[in-house]
Write a new protein. Sequence first.
Length: 335
Amino acid sequence: MNGHTLEKQGSILIPAVAYGDAAGLPVETKSAKYIKNTYGRINGLLPSSDNELFLTGKNPGYWSDDTQLTMAVAKALLRADRFDLRSMADEHVAAYDQTEEVTFGGKTVKRGWGKSSVAAMEQLKNGADSRESGTVGGAGNGVLMKLAPLAFWQFARNTPLEERYEQYDQLTSMTHDSDMARLTTRVHGDVLTGLLQDPYDRRAFLTRLNQSVALHEKETGLRGELQRDLQYLQRPVTVETIEKKTDRQGFYAPQTLAMTYGSFLMHDGTFRGSVYGAVNLGGDTDSTASIAAAMSAFRTRETLPLPPDYRSLDQLETLQHLSLQFAKRALRSEF
């Protein structure tokens, strides 16, 4: 992979993630059946006001914590010019403090943030060490959806393999302290790296995935569950097989990968297909769609053709500026 191609991938990464986030946000938590009955099929950005937590968002293009935390990871890497857990914690807390509080179910909550991430942020704000702030047993997808900048940075900086895995473990454990969370982060990191490294090929994708799962299940002592959840991907993937072989929700990290990878494979990694394939499956749509978007950005060897309505993304210029700055710094080129 030449530096010019890699820079193009990195410079579109954050807007791509934001697009996936914004595509899924309006129907987050809704079922595939609800989406079909209400919208037919979603193929473009909708007003975020369809989401009960985002009732004030009248225009399409509003994004949530998936983009916030992707930006936090990128900003931490820029700030330290390397992986530094303290910088990661500081940027996460800053994003948390900037997040609007809303009333939902009779409780005041940080809009869009998952329980494990919220608990970890409160621990950090109360002075906890970032190596000990993670929610014990947390295995949601809050790390998977923000992992792409770190995988990109590692690849651009030729970070040694074992160092990559140590960084994944540290980032994961800061918010989600469980072997399952660390396992899925490592596997997804391998998948993202593979998409950056080699031209996309379905068979090669699955081979890398299988090898990664086998390696990391052995190292974490978690044998079988993730492998079982992803096994159905070995055969042709359709909407019906995804619905049959997953929980149709995707909030639990292994199921997040099962649903997102299913959509990605079903659409050969194309951007619009992978993103809206994930959205129309229902469940944690903003997370699965934003993860699929990052994967598609890394799969693309030319300029990523974002759908025309990406221009309606909230704070688009900020997203574009940060992504370009991030890509150039990762590659040690001028900005």
